[in-house]
Design a protein around this ligand. Structure first.
Ligand code: PLP
Length: 475
């Protein structure tokens, strides 16, 4: 009898315990690593063999290289002072669920191919829908990222506007509206779906970086007047640069008047609707949307990747994407959801498992309290930054993202960011607002405490002192 090629159960246990031990220590000590690795592009690749091994290697040597080579080349998203982009974090229950997901390794393309994956996705997204206060009849589906969720929304919008496009293959004449501050994924989806960049109208924003409804109305009317077809509008709840909230209810008026699909991109900000007292502020008008995206991998403590998409028009989404081959037909096709019919991909990971673990382990009250803390700390830190004579806060802070800058030049702010990040103590990112270089500090990590934010603020002040005050020639 030939032996099985995989790890034996004994080996699996041995290395499994070793890996779990490593993860437990890592999560406990994530703050002791430099947030950003001190390395240059190519440094890691240069240390790795150019070709995969011909002969098998031991798990000991693989794990050893993980420790020695891979970990030092990581940017530590789990670090409590990771404040770049939109900070997120992995959590114990989510990590354990990911291990189980890999172990059972089901493919959720059909109900039959993975009944538990399909039904848990339906149930878990029903729970999340309740936490978010969304209408009961909205259909939920998990995609990998918000970019893909929004691409599906725009495909459904295209289907609603002209069901012949999927056969004919040309989306000429359709026009999509979003704000100048929309995430680039909206424009990328328009490129992918044949709408074309020339037919994406980026509507100007007001002084708080919110889409200006009067400009949206004029743009839609101008396009309609020359025979174009306004078919989709995408307001954002929590824009990427500043976390501003577009006036969704007012946008809905225009969408409804022109028969457009309204997709709300709440990839980051949507999670705040889990906090009861923020729900109305965050989701005002959202029940009038045709679709909505919220990313649990951004601010709901669920490991990458998981994006939740809700729509009140699942039939249109299904029409846009269903194309079933004979070999995928099943006896349950009329009685169960086959998620492959609602998207571009056939194979699907069992992503609902990690969200189910996270929602059950923490519960609504704890998650709401963690998000409430992040928002309150952001307000507190905003007040400190505002009170400092050398700094200014340059956008409202509706969620847990602070946009601020040193009162010096753009070059000085750029240098300041580089110095802060080079300390390895904290990691911030940047954006450009009204032509000026701005620092972004996002709070969203489960391990972050108010003390971490005080430390980060101290680092910012120290580095600004060294960058700017000790180098007055820079002013
Ligand atoms: N939408 C918004 C508002 C975002 O801020 C982002 C990413 O930061 C995205 C969409 C894209 O998210 P993903 O990385 O899941 O595609």
């Amino acid at each position: 009898m030939t032996s099985k090629p995989d790890l034996t159960p004994e080996e699996f246990r041995r290395y499994g315990y070793q890996v779990i031990d490593w993860i437990a220590g890592y999560l406990d000590n994530a703050g002791s690593y430099p947030v950003l690795p001190a390395m240059q592009p190519g440094d890691l690749a240069a240390q790795l063999p150019a070709a995969a091994p011909e002969e098998s290697e031991t798990m000991d040597s693989i794990l050893n290289d993980f420790d020695k080579l891979i970990v030092p080349a990581l940017t530590h998203w789990n670090h409590p002072r990771f404040h770049a982009y939109f900070a997120n974090s992995s959590t114990g229950p989510g990590i354990l669920a990911e291990a189980l997901c890999a172990a059972v390794n089901v493919n959720g393309m059909l109900w039959k191919s993975a009944p538990a994956a399909t039904e848990l996705e339906q149930v878990t997204l029903g729970w999340l829908r309740q936490w978010l206060g969304l209408p009961r009849d909205w259909f939920g589906i998990i995609y990998d990222t918000a970019s893909i969720s929004s691409m599906h929304a725009i495909a459904a919008a295209r289907e609603m506007a002209d069901p012949e496009i999927r056969r004919r293959g040309s989306a000429a004449g359709l026009v999509l509206y979003t704000s100048q501050h929309a995430h680039s994924s909206i424009e990328k989806a328009a490129i992918t779906l044949g709408i074309g960049q020339d037919n994406v109208r980026k509507i100007p924003v007001d002084d708080q970086f919110r889409l200006q409804v009067a400009d949206l109305k004029s743009a839609v009317e101008a396009d309609a007047a020359v025979g174009k077809k306004p078919f989709c509008v995408v307001p954002t709840v929590g824009t990427t640069s500043t976390s501003s909230i577009d006036p969704v209810a007012a946008v809905a008026e225009i969408a409804e008047a022109h028969g457009m699909w309204m997709h709300v991109d709440a990839a980051y900000g949507g999670s705040a609707a889990v906090v009861p007292e923020y729900q109305q502020i965050v989701f005002d008008g959202v029940h009038r949307a045709h679709s909505l995206v919220v990313n649990p991998h951004k601010w709901l403590f669920t490991p990458m990747d998981i994006s939740v998409f809700y729509t009140r028009e699942p039939e249109i989404l299904r029409r846009a994407f269903s194309l079933s081959a004979e070999y995928l037909k099943t006896a349950e096709d009329t009685s169960a959801v086959n998620y492959m019919d609602y998207g571009i991909q056939l194979g699907r990971r069992f992503r609902a498992l990690k969200l189910w673990f996270v929602m059950r382990y923490f519960g609504h009250l704890k998650i709401a309290q963690m998000l409430r803390n992040h928002i309150e700390w952001a307000q507190r830190l905003t007040t400190l930054i505002r009170a400092h004579p050398d700094f200014e806060v340059v956008a409202p802070t509706p969620f847990s993202l602070i946009c601020f800058r040193h009162r010096g030049t753009d070059e000085q702010n750029r240098a300041l960011l580089e110095r802060i990040n080079a300390t390895g103590k904290s990691f911030l990112s940047h954006t450009v607002l009204n032509g000026r270089y701005v620092l972004r500090l996002a709070i969203g990590n489960i391990a972050t405490t108010w003390h971490d934010l005080e430390q980060t603020w101290k680092t910012i002040q120290n580095e600004s002192h060294d960058t700017i005050h000790f180098h007055p020639e820079n002013t």
